[in-house]
Design a binder for this molecule. Structure first.
Ligand code: FAD
Length: 356
């Protein structure tokens, strides 16, 4: 299949050209070369939502319970991603990551992470004493730490672009500015309506990320989850102070807020961003506010701001704190209480709008 216009029929229609939709499309073109594949994306370019705005970390899998699906997928996925980058000339760096405990209360949690690292068979994970922390991050303060060498950084937008190029090479189509507006059944097929016409598909795969609930509702699916809008914000360390962080620096996660994940991210040699903080809810949050399972959220928001200040203050000693400024790139939310999704919010300033 080739071209930039919507064919009338297709084997598989995938909704959403983020990393998930593109990865699925690529896999189908390789496992089922005879199957026609179309990716429908509402934005004028790919990876415009979470994929193009995340922290760029190739996670090692240290946090996940050994034997769980998450652990297996994360460990295998990290290896596969690095292999893909090598094969396709995409820059990435296995820069390693340091998790630092700054109080004795955090020791049990840190030790548990170390056990999980061992259980997940991560190579070279080391439990560090205070003196050894400086070997990896000379400016970080801490009582104990864990060094995880297999964590890396990559630009997921570049990975997504490579996926899209390979899909096209194998005969698949990625159609931009094709927003899916309705889904209907027609016999054994589905009719997908888009802003640029209609296509009939044997199979539809919903990869619309934080708007996937909307797509599910179009298909009349009964959903027991609510996607709640959050916005995460990163800050930049002023250039003169970027030397303070060499790679990825994390505090011990607070088990009350496992989804927050505040950290220092070195996105590239040129940029170092502490964040995200979960903050500034957008308007449509308030309509979810009374939901029983969302009562934790106001606490979480306060915590988001505090957590960022804490990690700056605790992990890097105060006298070495750099000055932070709001980062140029916004991020999507990271905050999803169990059973909840999150909706990507676009924009950097107070007036930024939720994605349509
Ligand atoms: C703040 C933050 C930091 C993160 N950091 C990391 C990290 O460091 N490492 C990591 O591995 N993961 C990270 N993640 C998670 C990772 O970014 C996401 O899991 C991943 O990008 C999800 O990809 P996706 O394709 O599902 O969604 P998205 O990238 O959001 O793509 C969904 C696509 O669907 C399209 N779409 C929606 N509705 C329609 C419609 N009606 N018609 C057509 N198209 C539609 C959207 O336009 C969008 O392009 C982070 C996430 C966040 C929010």
């Amino acid at each position: 299949m080739s071209g930039t216009t919507l064919p009338s029929q297709v084997g598989v229609a995938i909704i959403g050209a983020g990393i998930v939709g593109l990865a699925i499309a690529l896999e189908i073109t390789s496992r089922f070369p005879g199957k026609s594949v179309v990716v429908l994306e509402k934005e004028p370019s790919i990876a415009r939502h979470q994929t193009g705005h995340n922290s760029g970390v190739i996670h090692s899998g240290i946090y996940y319970k050994p034997g769980s699906l998450k652990a297996r997928l994360c460990v295998e996925g990290a290896e596969m991603l690095m292999g893909f980058c090598k094969e396709n000339g995409i820059p990435f760096e296995a820069c390693g990551k340091l998790i630092v405990a700054t109080s004795e209360n955090e020791f049990p949690q840190l030790e548990e992470l170390y056990r999980r690292g061992q259980g997940n068979r991560l190579n070279g994970v080391r439990l560090l004493g205070a003196g050894e922390i400086h070997e990896f991050e000379p400016h970080a303060a801490g009582l104990r730490g864990i060094y995880v060498p297999s964590t890396g950084i990559v630009d997921f937008r570049e990975v997504a672009e490579k996926y899209a190029a390979l899909i096209a090479l194998r005969g698949g189509l990625v159609l931009l500015s094709h927003e899916v507006t309705a889904l209907k059944r027609a016999g054994t097929c589905s009719v997908v309506e888009t802003t640029k016409g209609t296509i009939e598909a044997e199979l539809v795969v919903n990869c619309a990320g934080l708007q996937s609930d909307r797509i599910s509702r179009m298909a009349n699916a009964r959903l027991d989850l609510t996607i709640v809008p959050f916005r995460g914000e990163y800050f930049d360390i002023v250039p003169a102070k970027r030397y303070l962080v060499r790679s990825l620096l994390y505090p011990v996660p607070d088990p009350r807020f496992p989804f927050l994940g505040v950290h220092f991210t070195r996105r590239s040699r040129a940029q170092c961003s502490p964040g995200p903080q979960a903050g500034r809810l957008q308007q449509d949050f308030h309509k979810h506010r009374r939901h029983r399972r969302l009562r934790v959220l106001p606490r979480l928001l306060d915590h988001g701001v505090e957590a960022l200040e804490n990690v700056i203050g605790r992990v890097l000693p105060l006298q070495q704190q750099s000055r932070f400024r709001p980062g140029p790139a916004e991020t999507g939310p990271r905050v999803a209480p169990r059973g909840f999704g999150t909706r990507w919010i676009r924009g950097t300033g107070p007036g930024s709008e939720p994605v349509r």
